[in-house]
Design a protein around this ligand. Structure first.
Ligand code: SAH
Length: 505
């Protein structure tokens, strides 16, 4: 049992990014993960695919017997020489029975390590905008179980000190016992008008906050049907939430949005939506792959000195073009004699990554914008290279040829259908829980229709707000029978994000 060890890892309060780096490291090494009801299941993705996953949570209160079984399981797995991660909601040593589990491991002579986590009180306070201590209000905070004393007449909690001290009090597991505990605080001297906040499923997209006072919070919770798991924060600091709430006041909070861009590209857009509070489901409808043959692009690249202009109309085109340049043993210097046109600021940025500053970026970020800019130049007899996606529109080559240019359009990359759509996105669409779907190119919507079938597409998107990046994409949406609800006047991701935000505000 040389490798055998048990890591008690705090999973954090709910938001899967609130686990520690150490916690993730342990998960990556796990042979077995024993996880709780309150540990976010997404964290299991950090564990190796082959790791055994054992769900040990019992919803709504655990019994000693179950706890002993869990401890036995940890010992047993470790004795088989396995690396075991015991993944527990919040922090393992805060109302998590991590102490008992460590005692059992220690008694069996099994090495263990404890990785702290962000406990629910800390997570809830941060995401509800309630500083647990504040110089103007209180210098102390107590974490208290809301369940204690249920079966006992004698309470181990010093209610007098808790109530009179004036410090912030945070109850865990205190929703079903809320009325009794608030009553106790009043009986022991805390003012009945002390502010109280209940925070349910803190730090997750389902977070709910209910505020009131010690006197009325139980009635309010009953009226609202407020359920566990939630923590109760009692103290004057709760009033700061009016000024400091940030998480649930973000413009897209509670909105579920589907991003259909290719996996490599989705991240940037998703991040913009997530910062505004949205829940993003990535559903790539495009896979970007090499052309079937590089031959035409290679010929053009070798003849680069003979071209007057290079036009690229997406960041992908830039990446595939330079990748090929590199493969042929060349670099940006091959473009020395040639002017460069980028369709918009993102494509221009992609050029700059390779040390090339575009000579021309049209003010209208689309093919028509390029045509418009070029119509002011004398193109007679000029040679233009336009490496493109296999499915690109013909407008640029057609129009530039009409202006007298010679245009070569080798394929730089292909945009194909992915093998399948992610089940989470399909499931959300089926459940009708999606607020908005975003299309950032004609292919995104056309491919989705090709994969689902047009009829199913229309059915699944019934009632879903459709956001399109610009008129060409919108036209493709309409051709498939979709109504476009959002279209920014500038065709960038920033403008699309702003338009989605404005729509839902
Ligand atoms: N070890 C955990 C606590 C386990 S006790 C920790 O450190 O957070 C279980 C109680 O924790 C629940 O009844 C609830 O009061 C609280 N809790 C855990 N996760 C929570 C969440 N996301 N939101 C609100 N309360 C939570």
């Amino acid at each position: 049992m040389s490798n055998a060890i048990v890591y008690l890892v705090g999973a954090g309060p709910g938001d899967p990014t609130l686990i520690t780096l150490r916690g993730v490291e342990c998960l990556k090494r796990a042979d077995v993960v024993v996880y709780d009801y309150l540990a976010n299941e997404q964290l299991l993705n950090h564990a190796p695919e082959g790791a055994e996953r054992i769900y040990a949570g019992k919803i709504g209160g655990r019994h000693n017997q179950d706890q002993e079984e869990i401890s036995r399981l940890l010992v047993e797995k470790a004795q088989q020489g396995k690396v075991v991660v015991r993944l527990k909601g919040g922090d393992p040593f805060v109302f998590g029975r991590g102490g008992e589990e460590c005692e059992a491991l220690s008694a069996a002579g099994i090495p263990f390590e404890v990785v702290p986590g962000v406990t629910a009180a800390i997570g809830a306070a941060a995401y509800a905008g309630i500083p647990l201590t504040h110089r103007d209000f209180t210098a102390s905070v107590a974490f208290v179980t809301g369940q204690e004393g249920k079966d006992k007449d004698e309470s181990a909690i010093d209610w007098d000190r808790l109530s009179l001290g004036g410090g912030t009090v945070v109850f865990y597991m205190g929703i079903t016992t809320l009325r009794r505990n608030m009553q106790r605080m009043i009986e022991h001297g805390r003012s009945a008008d002390t502010p109280v906040a209940l925070v349910r499923w803190a730090t997750t997209v389902c977070q709910q906050v209910l505020t009131g006072t010690i006197a009325d919070i139980a009635d309010r919770a009953e009226e609202a049907g407020f359920k566990p798991p939630a923590i109760t924060i009692v103290g004057e600091v709760v009033t700061l939430r009016d000024k400091l709430r940030w998480y649930d006041s973000r413009p897209l909070c509670g909105r579920k949005i589907i991003v259909t861009r290719a996996a490599e590209q989705a991240g940037e857009f998703s991040a913009k939506l997530i910062t505004r509070g949205a829940t993003v489901l990535e559903c790539p409808t495009i896979r970007l792959v090499e052309p079937e043959s590089w031959q035409l692009l290679d010929v053009a690249i070798r003849e680069l000195p003979g071209y007057d202009w290079l036009i690229l109309t997406s960041g992908n085109a830039v990446r595939f073009f330079f990748q090929r340049l590199e493969a042929l043993g060349l670099d940006s210097r091959a473009l020395a004699g040639c002017k460069v046109c980028a369709v918009g600021p993102k494509t221009a940025d992609a050029f700059r990554m390779f040390g090339v500053r575009p000579d021309l970026v049209p003010s209208d970020y689309k093919a028509e914008g390029i045509v418009n800019e070029f119509s002011r130049l004398d193109l007679k007899g000029s040679k233009i290279l336009f490496p493109k996606a296999d499915k690109a529109r013909e407008i640029i080559p057609c129009e530039l040829k009409r202006m007298g240019a010679h245009v070569d359009c080798p394929v730089a990359y292909r945009n194909i259908l992915p093998d399948r759509l992610p089940p989470e996105a399909l499931f959300a669409l089926e459940k009708r829980s999606v607020d908005c779907i975003t299309f950032t190119s004609s292919s995104t919507v056309q491919n989705l229709a090709a994969m689902l079938g047009e009829e199913l597409l229309l059915d699944m998107l019934k009632g879903v707000t459709v956001a399109s990046i610009g008129p060409i994409t919108s036209k493709s949406c309409r051709e498939l029978g979709l109504k476009v609800d959002i279209e920014p006047s500038v065709y960038t991701l920033d403008a699309l994000t702003a338009a989605v935000e404005a729509h839902f505000s």
